[in-house]
Ligand binder design. Sequence first.
Ligand code: ARG
Length: 465
Amino acid sequence: MILAKTEAAGERGLLPEVLAFTSSLPLDRQLLREDLAGSLAHLTMLARCGIVPRQAALAIRGELLKLWDLDPLQLPPEEDVHMAVEARLTAVLGETAGMLHTARSRNDQVALDMRLWLRDEITGLRSEIRQLQRAFVDLAVNNIDVVMAGYTHLQRAQPVYFAHHLLAYVEMLERDQQRLVDAFRRVNVCPLGSGAIAGSTLALDREMVARLLGFLDEKGRPVVTQNSMDAVSDRDFAVEFCAAGALLALHISRLAEDLILWSSSEFGLIRISDAYTTGSSLMPQKKNPDVAELARGKSARVIANLVALLTLLKGLPMSYNRDLQEDKQRLFDTADTVRSTVRICAAMLRNLSVNKAACAAASADPALLATDLVDYLVGKGVRFRDAHHLVGEAVALAERKQKSLDKLQLTELRTIHEAFGDDVRDVFNLKQAMARRTGTGAPGTAEVRKQLARWTKLLPEGTKP
Ligand code: ARG
């Protein structure tokens, strides 16, 4: 379609292959409504400022509104969505259509469209993140008593509540969410009126346009860009979004890795619902965690999108350069990818079951409480470094005697140090051990419940899909 030499593009002498090479329409036609909203606001301002006659403005307005429900695929084959809209207007209104672009360039127009689009995208993504957080919290609440082995270096380390592990992801997502809130402030600035590079000699009311399009600060004041050259060449807002998206994708990739490990026969801690796994075309017994694997895999291109954007921008002279058109593919792809990934992961979490017996078996390993035994000795007045060393000896002794750490006799322990007493048995009571972890952020019984209550309150019921 793009290859067809159109009248309008043809009149300007664009060769079909040049049009095909330079056109961004296949991508930016999804900005149609943003483009129309921007044009409507610009037109209103031009009319109110007496720059465009009222009758002409009304006629253009009517035609712009008619395009609101147009299928973007029906736009004429032009260089970009901005030219395509103008071509449609011209076809109907003739020369009158030419007034709309007064004091405007596609350079400030595209910057505006992208900011409008990204504002909605950020709002939508934030709500998806909220729902994913809520899915974590619900899964945690439903498994509130489950204790599992926590890992460092992928080696069993210390016991933690399953809920505590899940809440780690809720914290990560909270930072992602805050980054988006912060990025939004810099997206929400109106560039219109900057023209191609140097604004306009006509007396525009930029603040009016900003107000009409909702570019407002917390106090309801309009926010407009303060330097016309920066305004048309700045894509920091896209970089910031792609960076926030990359970190979000990375967090989800790590989650996916945990889920893949946990669902393997070797761990067997969870079962991912069949609906979120696929079979093998060859091996009949296989149930593969493809959704989780793709959630992990897709993070690669979200990270690549950030790097591509940074690379695109790093050598550009001021101010607008056509290279900037390449920003859209990266920005749109990051937005689509992270949003669909967040959404499907929330659904997968809601359809996941926990193998409580396997978690209990793993957390029953008394070696996980070796550090508690160190703390026990410290409580008896032994210096930490010595206590650490002494428990190391106890671990070695248990190994020699081929029994687990908790099965060592008191007499055996006392050959290592006389500080060991009868009460040492309590160290290996898992329930008590979990209750002992009382500090803020610790995986203790009361603290985890406190954190769950905090998150349940922060993520209202409505966050549930
Ligand atoms: N399609 C262009 C882009 O996405 C719009 C701006 C083109 N401006 C120009 N002077 N050629 O960046």
